[in-house]
Design a protein around this ligand. Structure first.
Ligand code: MRU
Length: 350
């Protein structure tokens, strides 16, 4: 199995996703500042992976703290969380992870420092294991929605690399293939960062799942030609009404899917559902560096000085979403009710 990120005695180890698919390089972060940089610079990316990385970064920061009393440790803890919080604004899993680590810290506050340090490391490791279990459960639920054969289109990378392992959207595809369904994946290239062509194609090829990479502007014609039976993507944040923030270009795919009568599914863990955000208009959208658009592999593609936009995510209104696949089951419209019900369930995993 692909190891996206791992807690080790030396620090947090990431597969460097900026180097794939041509180089398989692992980096070890020994401080929480390094983990924050790894998140900001997309060495690790994808909402659930960002959440687990954030938790490991916090655990690492607390482990490195020189505090000798509870008050100083609390000061360090707050500073560490703030540095992690400032990395990327859209994936709600980051803030979910900070909240969960904060709750754990508050619960342990009167314990000896060494005990708190160890317990936070264990909490981060538990979140890693829970994420894999959640993806496998999502796969079991979502596989039932996949066609028995034919093309399934995905956008960006919502695979093992975007999670602790197995993947959300790609987890659904993996589970369907494991059940014997004959799926051929169409992977949108996903400009400007190329998560589809670099990462989705890389991990699906490792698994031997038939895959065709298309540039983003080919998705419409593939649907028109009847090559796509279903679409499944991940999410960075799902508002209470079912609006879905995901990689830029997802909205275009969803609108095209509607026109062609193709079901558009979203697979995401409950930690991606943000019931505090009523609808998609309130989801903060990260604007990234113009250089991601102006340059490909270091080569300039646009004239000097031209204006550039680079929103990293868009919002797909709930009306385009046929179902939201979570580890606790499948939510359908009206999402206000179905998501609230699933979020309220007591989790079954460890
Ligand atoms: O900018 P990225 O690469 O972090 O964006 C990733 C996505 O948009 C994914 O589709 C989303 O996080 C779901 S990953 C399981």
């Amino acid at each position: 199995m692909i190891q996206t990120l791992e807690w080790t005695a030396h620090g947090v180890v990431f597969i460097d996703q900026t180097k794939l698919p041509t180089e398989e390089v692992y980096v070890t972060c020994t401080t929480h500042q390094q983990v924050a940089d790894a998140i900001r610079n997309m060495v690790v990316r994808g909402a659930p992976a960002i959440g687990v990385a954030a938790a490991m970064g916090i655990a690492l920061g607390v482990k490195n703290s020189k505090a000798e009393n509870a008050a100083d440790l609390k000061k360090d803890f707050d500073q560490i969380c703030e540095i992690i919080r400032q990395t990327r604004p859209t994936a709600v899993n980051l803030f979910w992870a900070i909240r969960r680590m904060t709750e754990k810290f508050e619960f342990l506050r009167i314990r000896p420092i060494a005990h708190i340090q160890q317990a936070l490391i264990e909490e981060a490791q538990r979140m890693h294991a829970e994420d894999i279990a959640a993806n496998q459960a999502m796969g079991r639920h979502g596989a039932t929605l996949m066609p028995s054969s034919g093309g399934v289109l995905t956008h960006c990378n919502a695979g093992a690399l975007a999670t602790a392992g197995y993947g959300t959207a790609l987890g659904v595809i993996r589970a369907a293939v494991e059940q014997g369904k004959k799926i051929h994946v169409y992977a949108d290239e996903t400009r400007p960062f190329l998560q589809g062509s670099r990462l989705t194609a890389w991990e699906l090829m490792k698994d031997g799942i038939p895959t065709t990479v298309i540039s983003d502007n080919m998705a419409g014609v593939m649907m028109q030609q009847g090559k796509i039976g279903a679409i499944v993507v991940g999410a960075d944040r799902i508002a209470a009404n079912g609006d879905v923030a995901n990689k830029i270009g997802t909205y275009t795919v969803a609108v095209l899917a509607k026109e062609h009568g193709i079901p558009f599914y979203v697979a995401a863990p409950i930690s991606t559902v943000d019931l505090d955000t009523p609808d998609g208009s309130r989801i903060p959208i990260e604007q990234r560096n113009a250089r991601e658009v102006t340059h490909i592999a270091g080569k300039q593609m646009t004239p000097d000085g031209v204006e550039i936009e680079n929103p990293a995510f868009d919002v797909t209104p709930a009306k385009y979403v046929a179902a939201i696949i979570t580890e606790r089951g499948i939510a359908r419209a009206p999402y206000e009710n179905s998501l609230r019900d699933l979020a309220a369930e007591i989790p079954k995993h460890p």
